[in-house]
Design a protein around this ligand. Structure first.
Ligand SMILES: NC(=O)c1ccc[n+]([C@@H]2O[C@H](COP(=O)([O-])OP(=O)(O)OC[C@H]3O[C@@H](n4cnc5c(N)ncnc54)[C@H](OP(=O)(O)O)[C@@H]3O)[C@@H](O)[C@H]2O)c1
Length: 213
């Protein structure tokens, strides 16, 4: 497949680029300016563009089979995630390209706690991630309300960190996936596996899903 990846130099995005390349896909790796081309994993074709600009999204997804967004605004500008997500949805609507959106765990329900979510559960999140969690909650609502673009929203587990690729994971829908000790986690490498599995075999069109060990 020909895949455009926004946020390609980021923690999550660069792992998605590597996983896609390892499966033989052609990757257009989008960063914000040419000075970041050196951060793009080798084998991908680097492009400069702004995911917050509808015309850039359309230009960079035209003729592609799939787009993936792993964009995160800089600290202090978390609220930009909502307009950036709108821009991505409107851009791919123009080109008719399916998009996988890396979101947040914020809107996932806590198992056994009714409608309580990761964001609303008392003392669940450390203070320093509240702003990005709020932004991801809004981002999920934007996708959920969108009837025009061909989107899939992927919520990571509560803990997503650099690690190793095992190829193992379990899927969930709107509830946090936890292990027998109540822990919800996945390596970024395995999260990239989840994304590429969904890319290659569509299971969650216009739906959110999540995954964890
Ligand atoms: N448990 C969780 O819920 C959890 C945990 C981790 C990550 N995440 C989510 O995963 C996503 C990626 O996170 P990450 O840790 O990989 O972030 P990251 O390392 O900061 O990477 C994000 C990338 O997005 C790029 N970017 C920002 N604004 C952009 C724009 N307008 N157009 C194009 N690119 C733009 C950044 O480029 P610059 O360097 O130019 O700013 C950066 O390379 C985020 O949505 C984050 O919320 C969720």
């Amino acid at each position: 497949m020909k895949i455009t990846i926004f946020g390609a130099a980021g923690e999550v995005g660069s792992r998605i680029v590597r996983e896609a390349l390892s499966r033989g896909h052609q990757v257009a790796a989008v960063v914000r300016n040419t000075s970041q081309f050196s951060k793009v994993p080798q084998g991908a074709n680097p492009y400069a563009g702004d995911a917050g600009n509808i015309d850039d999204v359309a230009r960079l997804t035209e003729g592609q089979d799939l787009a993936i967004s792993a964009v995160r605004p800089p600290t202090g500008n978390e609220a930009l995630l909502a307009p950036i997500t709108q821009s991505i949805l409107r851009g791919v609507e123009k080109t008719g390209v399916r998009v996988l959106i890396v979101g947040g765990a914020a809107s996932l329900k806590i198992p056994g706690k009714g409608d309580t979510t990761v964001l609303t559960a008392p003392n669940f999140l450390p203070k320093e991630v509240i702003d990005i969690a709020r932004a991801c909650f809004a981002q999920h609502q934007i996708c959920n309300a969108d009837k025009k673009a061909d989107w899939t929203y992927i919520s990571p587990p509560a803990m997503l960190s650099p690690g190793t690729r095992t190829g193992n994971y379990r899927l969930g829908s709107d509830e946090l996936v936890v292990d027998k000790d109540g822990i919800s986690q996945l390596s970024m490498e395995d999260f990239a596996v989840v994304l590429l599995d969904e890319a290659e075999q569509v299971k969650h069109r216009r739906r959110r899903f999540t995954a964890a060990y």
